[in-house]
Design a protein around this ligand. Structure first.
Ligand code: Q9C
Ligand code: ZN
Length: 360
């Protein structure tokens, strides 16, 4: 292909009303890093190049979400805010759980009920204090799924690459679990949807700084979806409980999960070495559907909550290497909190991907 067509950039404004204001970190209220300004910065950066065609998402309805998440989780996300407000919740205060239904809470007990008010059940479905819920959350979470599915549509229609500017992100959300700023697992929903549209094998590559515990969990026992993740070593990094190299999947899924934990300070060269291992695994898996890319820029050296050391030009190389796999890519936004650098980093990464894919 001599010329590269504009890359579909699927985005909407529905995320703007999902603004958490605060999260709890080590017992302290801090401003929520996962802000609407993140998406604005990426969108402006990409559009300023002229290489992207901004398109709204198409509504896909609830089926693709319920193919991945439990109905009770979907019901919680949809109604937790209105239940809280009906119970007198101060509508400017973001909702966070104040109890957590841990495995060690339950022990051997067969518990009899959950409270009817979904805000009182929240801690049965949420694993952290970093996931504030506000009035606009459910709508934004649904829109993020539609954005992701629309990006997948464009690739299945023949585009080599489409980018979904998903906000909220998704990779920490499990079958029946929210957390880590995530409500619905956009990447998992897209992978499942590609399978449901006829692919036999789909690979998810997760380059967000954090381990995608939700994605790993959803496909843990599956051999039709390969999950490969590069992330900060969970021995010192959120979400702490998963992302270790020994986690390889189970049953039919054994070997279809690959974690590549990275030491603090990992730079572009070391990152690319680990990425090569991940890409080799994907090539061996031989996907017959597009690659689903969980794309975070929180690996950036100046990210305020992370500890890798990637630079803007590293993203171009990383994107280029992924493009050279020769598989079309549905790229979906996950994290990245250095707002001032998100635009240039997105341009570098997706620009590298566009070039890498050009001569595939
Ligand atoms: N002190 C995503 O990047 N806070 N989620 C960790 C550690 C939660 C990140 C605080 C980070 C969630 C999509
Ligand atoms: Zn992250």
């Amino acid at each position: 292909m001599a010329d590269v067509l504009p890359t579909p950039l699927i985005a909407s404004d529905d995320h703007l009303a999902h603004a958490g204001l605060i999260e709890l970190a080590a017992g302290r209220e801090i401003p929520c890093y996962e802000s609407p300004e993140r998406a604005t910065a990426i969108r402006q950066g990409l559009l300023s190049t002229g290489d992207y065609a901004l398109q709204p998402p198409d509504a896909h309805g609830p089926d693709a979400i319920s193919a991945v998440h439990e109905v009770e989780l979907i019901d919680l996300v949809e109604h937790v805010w209105t239940d809280a407000v009906a119970d007198g919740w101060d509508a400017v205060r973001p909702l966070l759980p104040d109890t957590f239904m841990l495995r060690s809470y339950i022990g051997p007990m067969a518990l009899a009920a959950l409270p009817a008010g979904r805000h009182l059940r929240l801690g049965a479905y949420c694993f952290d204090t970093a996931t504030p819920i506000v009035a606009g959350t459910a709508n934004a979470a649904r829109a993020a799924v539609d954005i992701a599915l629309t990006a997948a549509d464009r690739v299945l229609e023949g585009a080599p690459l489409a980018y979904g500017l998903c906000r909220p992100p998704g990779h920490h959300a499990g079958r029946n679990l929210i957390g880590g700023y995530c409500f619905f697992n956009n990447a998992a929903i897209v992978a499942q949807s590609i399978i449901d549209r006829g692919a036999q094998r789909v690979a998810i590559l997760d380059v967000d700084f954090h381990h995608g515990n939700g994605t790993q969990q959803i496909f843990w026992q599956r051999d039709d979806v390969l999950y490969v993740s590069l992330h900060g070593d969970p021995g010192g990094i959120y979400p702490y409980f998963s992302g270790y190299a020994g986690e390889r999947g189970e049953g039919r899924g054994e070997g279809a999960n690959l974690n590549l934990p990275l030491a603090a300070g990992t730079d572009g060269e070391a990152y690319l070495a680990a990425l090569n291992d991940g890409l080799d695994a994907i090539a061996r898996f031989d996907p017959d559907g597009p690659l689903v890319l969980s794309l975070g820029f929180d690996t950036y050296h100046a990210d305020p909550i992370c500890n890798l050391a990637l630079r803007t030009d590293d993203y171009a190389r990383i994107g280029g290497r992924i493009g050279k796999l020769g598989v079309s890519v549905v790229a979906l936004q996950e994290g990245g909190y250095a707002v001032d650098a998100l635009g240039v980093n997105a341009v570098a990464f997706l620009g590298g991907l566009r070039e890498g894919l050009r001569d595939r």
